[in-house]
Design a protein around this ligand. Structure first.
Ligand code: NAP
Length: 277
């Protein structure tokens, strides 16, 4: 596993996304055993950065993570969860975190994120609550998701604690963070956590000739190249979701090597516009 560090925070560059574990928008318990085993396998492979949200599977994703991590050393894990945009009042954030901790079966989260901005609730009120969670010891770090640079800067100005990450969509298919958000994060010691790094499974062999050629040249798969492209960028972490063991293993193979600058330029050109898949 590769790690990335900002200050005292060292994270596995490849984490595990969990949207789909325990259901999509609603709770579905039919694959619980398989999902718990997949999460445990991901941790054994070194994907100790686990990303979830109170809204995934209506809280059931957090419950499954709680069961999966019970037998691991809690301090070796970095568990991130998110408060949804409807719950961003001061009391909503405090209560949301309390309920997440109950479902996760842990007394702190490593990272608590604002899932989406909500312009109807003053950001100052939400950030005050996030600061309070750090003060109480319920969250070690705080962060945001789906925030523009402008909102990210506001969050930084309002908070007494550093904003550890902005979690946004970033992949070969969606490269817009590269124009402004990523350089800002790199200059300001903020992780950019890339969600949907393989475009929900749409980035794969056979969708782009350059991607296939680069994969062949490095004796890697298309998905490994797509993840490595992101990992090559300073401060970027990736959190692909994978429930299948062979996908987890394949994703691990995106670590420990690097594309060269020529490959990166070729991929940037090949994915200038969103591809139809
Ligand atoms: N902050 C936000 O607003 C936000 C929004 C979206 C997502 N997220 C987070 O980001 C995570 C990742 O995003 P995502 O789940 O939407 O999309 P993704 O990670 O790009 O894609 C997940 C899909 O790709 C498949 N997959 C995984 N590894 C593969 C491989 N090596 N080869 C082929 N297919 C593979 C998975 O299949 P299997 O599961 O069958 O293995 C799953 O169907 C989420 O789970 C969530 O934690 C955050």
């Amino acid at each position: 596993m590769e790690y990335k560090e900002i200050g005292a925070v060292k994270l596995s560059a490849l984490g595990i996304g969990t949207y789909g574990f325990g259901g999509g928008l609603t709770r579905d318990t039919s694959n619980d055993r398989r999902d718990i085993e997949a999460l445990q396998y991901a941790i054994e492979l070194g994907m100790t950065h686990i990303d979830t949200s109170e809204m995934y599977a209506d809280g059931h994703s957090e419950e499954l993570i709680g069961q999966a991590i019970r037998d691991f050393d809690r301090h070796s894990l970095f568990v991130a969860t998110k408060v949804f945009q409807s719950g961003l009042t001061f009391n909503g954030v405090i209560e949301g975190c309390k309920q997440s901790l109950r479902r996760l079966g842990t007394d702190y989260v490593d990272l608590y994120l604002i899932h989406w901005p909500n312009l109807k609730i003053p950001l100052s009120e939400t950030i005050q609550a996030m600061d309070e969670l750090v003060r109480q010891g319920s969250a070690r770090f705080i962060g945001v998701s789906n925030f523009s640079i402008k909102l990210l800067k506001q969050a930084q100005e309002l908070s007494h604690h550093p904003i550890l990450t902005d979690q946004v969509e970033y992949s070969l298919l969606v490269k817009n963070p590269e124009s402004d958000l990523l350089p800002y994060c790199q200059k300001n010691d903020i992780f950019l956590t890339a969600y949907r790094p393989i475009g929900r499974g749409r980035i794969r062999a056979g969708v782009n000739q350059v991607l296939d050629d680069v994969a062949k040249e490095h004796n890697r798969t298309a998905v490994q190249v797509a993840l490595n492209y992101l990992i090559c960028q300073e401060n970027v972490l990736v959190i692909p979701k994978a429930a299948q063991r062979h996908h987890l293993e394949e994703n691990l193979g995106s670590m420990g090597w690097r594309l060269d600058q020529e490959d990166i330029r070729a991929l940037q050109q090949a994915f200038q516009t969103t591809i139809a898949v």
